[in-house]
Design a protein around this ligand. Structure first.
Ligand code: ADP
Length: 393
């Protein structure tokens, strides 16, 4: 069976999926991850029916880093019979100002992606490490980079800028926007489940550990809440979302914090975790009776509602609000709280449909259509990879 391998490499985990390549498009066969890399490595995978194929812990010295994890994955894949690997599709967080579509990786592309590491120092080097190793191990195997930024690259110029000197924009300090693979998947899915909505004005709320929103007009991104980095916009599990840059100056000038300390505060210690002092996990906050947990949820809902208002204004109105990702798909209470604040946009929730996470969760007659559309970033990567392969595959 011809297959595509999809890799999503992070600082401590290598997530992977295998898709069969058929006439109906990619079909998922295997889903797995090696997590705890360098700390408590664990290699898990299951087939499409959920049957466990492997669940093993490894010594730290066996999987100390991402290249070692990639090698372990390669050895395991080789032992799986019946699969003929045709290509590898990679999630790459940053495509910079130039890449507005996925791209086949060669030496020139790899060098351009390396040059973008400064724009995403926490993610880009990890995304590129397995690409390099695969090129070493199998130089002829096609590899495709699929970007989180690409979907937003054609947004209007006013959505691309900060009000800072133009020279900084020209050197790459721009509002890139992220979660683009998720938004592109949701927009394609909307075309299937609600074509009349897909062609209108839609706000997609990707609410997970990382959270952002995107304004879609006729399936194209016209604005989003994330900007230069994935810190901006909504509060997240451990990131603050929108914050006055003066706070950062205060931390450096008055508190003597180093850039590394500020980075750690903004990426790891803020957001729901920082506000609640309890957890970065929405499920735990919802189950907790500590008033600080309730306050963190209040803040999250407030910022979601305010950003929906802003994105609706950016499109001169909004026809639908779509929830997706961990919180968006699984937390009816959060959806209900957000919807209850959108009466001014004509939103009316159907509580039963919401409890059941139906595709449409608004009541009949609601002027704003409320929907739940589960995202699938890996399937999007597989589709993009397949689209760039020679048609003989
Ligand atoms: P990421 O992919 O960015 O790591 P996810 O999309 O998996 O994140 O979302 C993780 C978030 O979703 C966590 O805050 C988690 O608590 C939340 N979540 C998952 N399931 C539920 C649930 N049933 N109720 C509330 N929150 C949930």
């Amino acid at each position: 069976m011809d297959v595509i391998l999809v890799l999503n490499a992070g600082s401590s985990s290598l997530k992977f999926q295998i898709f069969a390549v058929g006439s109906k498009g990619p079909e998922r066969q295997v889903k797995g991850q090696i997590d705890g890399i360098g700390v408590h490595p664990r290699f898990r995978a299951a087939n499409a029916a959920g049957a466990v194929l492997i669940d093993e812990r490894a010594e730290v010295k066996a999987i100390p880093d991402l290249p070692a994890a990639t090698r372990a994955l390669k050895d395991w894949l080789r032992a799986l019979s019946g699969y003929s690997l045709q290509a590898v599709g990679h999630r790459v967080v940053h495509g910079g100002p130039d890449y507005s579509a996925p791209v086949c990786i060669d030496d020139i592309v790899l060098e351009r992606l390396r040059a973008l590491e400064a724009l995403a120092p926490l993610h880009q080097p990890n995304n590129l490490a397995p690409i390099r190793l695969v090129r070493e191990l199998a130089p002829d195997l096609p590899q495709v980079a699929c970007f989180d930024t690409a979907f937003h690259r054609n947004h209007p110029a006013v959505a691309d800028c900060y009000a800072i000197p133009r020279a900084l924009h020209d050197e790459g300090v721009r509002r890139y926007g992220f979660h683009g693979l998720s938004y592109e998947y949701v927009s394609q899915r909307l075309s299937e489940v609600a074509p009349e909505i897909a062609n209108g004005r839609v706000i997609v709320a990707h609410l997970g550990s990382g959270a952002s929103m995107c304004a879609l007009k006729a399936r194209r991104s016209v604005d989003s809440t994330m900007g230069f980095t994935a810190l901006d916009g909504l509060p997240m599990g451990t990131r603050p979302g929108q914050i006055d840059p003066g706070v950062v100056l205060y931390l450096i000038d008055q508190k003597g914090m180093t850039a590394a300390e500020v980075s750690s505060l903004l990426y790891q210690d803020s957001g729901l975790r920082g506000l609640s002092g309890v957890s970065n996990d929405m499920r735990e906050l919802l189950a907790c009776d500590d008033p600080r947990a309730a306050f963190a949820i209040d803040y999250f809902v407030q910022r979601c509602v305010m950003n929906i208002g802003g994105l609706a204004a950016a499109m001169d109105g909004v026809d639908a609000l779509v929830f997706t990702a961990g919180i968006g798909e699984n937390a009816p209470e959060i959806r209900a709280r957000i919807a209850s604040r959108l009466g001014w946009l004509g939103a009316a929730l159907d509580p039963q449909a919401n409890a059941a996470a139906a595709t449409v969760i608004s009541a009949p007659g609601s002027a704003l259509r409320l929907m739940v559309v589960p995202t699938d970033e890996e399937l999007m990567i597989a589709r993009q990879t397949l689209a760039l392969l020679p048609s003989s595959i």
